[in-house]
Design a protein around this ligand. Structure first.
Ligand code: SF4
Ligand code: SF4
Length: 426
């Protein structure tokens, strides 16, 4: 007797196709990252985290039995989430498969990052998204504004009004937003945020920032210490790791890199052009530009992006140790040094990039613009003029969340690297 196979519904077929494509793409990018020579052994836990989330489609944070809070911008202080006894998870997305779903839901000119978020939301298959007890959305650009309503269909959401300026009154207003964020966190987690729990939250991220600063010092000493693509993997993995676990593994990675410096070991012996990557966020698995830089003969020596170093490097300076004083320090930390172009006056970004060019001996800058990310695109011209004065070549690279533009990006990256080489030889 023939066993009749169950006919799948359209939704079930779509889910199967989604999982297959999503896992295949992410596994491919992880493989390409592993194929770069000289991968430090201690990088493995970070790659494993990305694999757990995107290939095994599991939530690595369930082991802690704590609630998780999704955040959609570095301007939602993680310290407050830890203070409420929950774990923050960064949910800005770089996923091509989710983007292809979100592309049908959002206007054509919306940026791929929010389309990918919408795609994950619609499919409801990713545990790191699905499991969140709360979503925190700092409202920065128009695209972020518009995801609030969509997220509310499935989750509790708190939106935080981010000021457009960095004056004292802007900080005052943001402190009030942070009090509101705490109120929501307390309702969702059932925990009270106290001075002690806030101090513990600050310690949690303080340790991670210390390890990152240790790492950045090492990298300034030796630009060829580690591939920039691997560094971005470490920073991306931080989105899905509890800060103490990330710090633990970062400490081990730093120790391995210190030994490399003692032995004079580098990932490449060639004098590769040193490139700085800035612009729209670079989020796993959308690693095509970092990989192209390093596969085409350059080295990604530094990045000025908020899923990279910028997302964690700004220290909090507590002058007044009262509860209110600590909140003020957090508001200052996420607003004042932030070089995001959603602020009205963003000259800080130019100063920061100029400093990074000196610190990391940069020879060329790639300016990444996600299609539809107007805020970053606006600032290209100013940076191009400033870098022109310094004699640093810069190229604007627009890309989307698919692989259709890879060949074109490859040709442009190769030509840019060649240009820097010719400049070096002249
Ligand atoms: S680019 Fe700006 S708005 Fe986007 S996550 Fe970074 S800081 Fe937030
Ligand atoms: S800052 Fe750019 S990439 Fe980020 S959400 Fe806004 S438009 Fe998208």
């Amino acid at each position: 007797m023939m066993i009749e196979e169950k006919k799948l519904t359209k939704e079930e077929r779509q889910e199967i196709r989604f999982i297959k494509k999503e896992t295949m793409t992410c596994a491919k990018y992880l493989r390409r990252m592993k194929e770069l020579d000289g991968m430090p052994e201690e990088l493995q836990p970070f790659l494993d985290t990305l694999r757990t989330v995107y290939v095994d489609m599991k939530n690595p944070l369930v082991q802690y039995h704590q609630k998780t809070v999704g955040t959609y911008c570095v301007m939602a202080p993680q310290e407050l989430v830890y203070a409420a006894g929950a774990i923050p998870v960064k949910l800005c997305s770089g996923n091509y498969t989710a983007f292809s779903i979100g592309d049908d839901l959002y206007p054509r000119d919306a940026c791929p990052l929010v389309k990918a978020v919408a795609g994950f939301q619609k499919m409801g298959l990713m545990p790191v998204y699905r499991d969140c007890s709360l979503m925190a959305v700092p409202v920065t650009c128009d695209c972020k504004k518009k995801i609030v309503e969509m997220l509310e269909q499935t989750h509790s959401v708190v939106s935080l009004s981010v000021p457009a300026g960095r004056e004292d009154e802007d900080i005052d207003r943001y402190v009030e937003e942070l009090y509101r964020f705490i109120d929501t966190l307390e309702v969702v987690t059932g925990n009270h945020v106290t001075w002690d729990s806030l101090a513990a939250g600050m310690n949690m991220t303080g340790q991670a920032k210390y390890e990152l600063s240790r790492f950045l010092k090492l990298k300034k000493r030796m630009p060829y210490l580690m591939w920039g693509t691997h560094i971005l993997a470490v920073m991306n993995a931080a989105a899905y790791m509890r800060a103490d676990s990330w710090s633990f593994h970062m400490n081990r990675l730093n120790s391995e890199l210190e030994k490399r410096i003692e032995k004079g070991e580098k990932v490449t012996s060639r004098n590769r052009p040193r490139i700085l990557l800035t612009g729209s966020p670079v989020i796993f698995p959308n690693m095509k530009i970092p990989l192209l830089i390093e596969e085409m003969g350059g080295i990604l020596a530094a990045d000025e992006t908020c899923m990279g170093e910028r997302g964690m490097s700004d220290p909090s300076v507590v002058v007044d140790e009262s509860f209110d004083g600590i909140l003020r320090a957090l508001a200052n930390q996420v607003i004042r040094p932030c070089s995001c172009p959603t602020f009205v006056n963003n000259r800080e970004r130019v100063y920061r990039i100029r400093q990074m060019i000196k610190d990391y001996q940069i020879q060329g800058v790639i300016y990444h613009v996600l299609r539809g990310c107007l805020v970053y695109d606006y600032e290209y011209q100013l940076l191009e003029e400033e870098l022109g004065k310094m004699g640093i070549p810069v190229i604007r690279m627009e890309s989307d969340y698919n692989e259709e533009d890879v060949e074109q990006l490859r040709i442009r990256t190769e030509a840019f690297i060649e240009l820097i080489r010719l400049k070096q030889a002249a």
